[in-house]
Design a binder for this molecule. Structure first.
Ligand code: DC
Length: 234
């Protein structure tokens, strides 16, 4: 790509719809920065778990929000992998935050308004120079409502759980399909029904259902849209 105009690409949607795979590929191809905002909420969930701020379903919100002040969350580009990894207070937690126990807690942590407020400030800062592909749940609706391109990803729960299950098995995780499906369904419910910034399609987002599309097909479709938008805003 030689275009000098940089845009903001917001990719929102349900969990395990392939948002981050798509966003990473797109950012690489366009020479843009990729930001996985779900990873930011996962880091906070991991912190809460490691510091005993979650007991079953109960979160010690006041202490967690206070701890945000001392939590340093950073993305550092890994040139071997070709994408950024997330660090919590200097520790690479990219793999740990994907564990199923973290996945089971993260939606509750992400529903806390003070947590979201702080993350959105960071996300604005990361996108201030545009040239960014950001994936999450509220990027096109709340974080960058004026993003030049908005994508909303969907797929059936069974297909999403199947893909996530295959990935986890390939990584050596000891997991059952049913537990992954349950996590997908529970998170869908929590993410779409929470009060603050629920998962919802922005009016001007392009919806893509990936049930019958592979990674390359999804990428080709969105890359074409991105090129059109870059030309339009040039
Ligand atoms: O994309 P993910 O599955 O890694 O996201 C983890 C959780 O974080 C997800 O259940 C909802 C929450 N999330 C959010 O509330 N807002 C975002 N912008 C990104 C993720």
């Amino acid at each position: 790509m030689t275009e000098s105009v940089k845009i903001i690409i917001a990719i929102d949607g349900y969990s395990s719809t392939g948002k981050s795979t798509l966003a990473k590929k797109l950012a690489n191809k366009l020479g843009y920065v990729y930001v996985d905002t779900g990873a930011m909420y996962r880091v906070i969930a991991l912190y809460a778990m490691e510091n005993n701020l979650i007991d079953g379903e109960i979160i010690d919100e006041a202490s967690l929000v206070e701890s945000l002040e001392e939590m340093d969350i950073k993305f550092i580009f890994n040139s071997n992998l070709g994408f950024s990894e997330i660090y919590m207070n200097g520790r690479n937690v990219e793999n740990e935050i994907r564990r199923i126990d973290v996945s089971n807690k993260v939606s509750k942590v992400a529903a806390i308004s003070a947590v979201r407020k702080k993350m959105v400030v960071e996300q604005h800062r990361m996108g201030q120079n545009k040239g960014i592909v950001m994936d999450g749940r509220d990027i096109g609706t709340v974080v960058f409502p004026k993003a030049e391109l908005k994508i909303f990803m969907t797929a059936s729960a069974d297909i999403r759980a199947g893909r996530r299950f295959d990935e986890m098995i390939a990584k050596g995780d000891n997991i059952t399909f049913d537990s992954v499906l349950e996590n997908v369904n529970t998170r869908d419910h929590l993410d779409t029904t929470r009060k603050d910034s629920p998962l919802i399609k922005a009016n001007d987002a392009i919806e893509i259902n990936s049930d019958n599309l592979n990674v390359q097909e999804t990428f080709d479709l969105v890359y074409k849209k991105a090129k059109e938008r870059i030309k339009r805003f040039a």
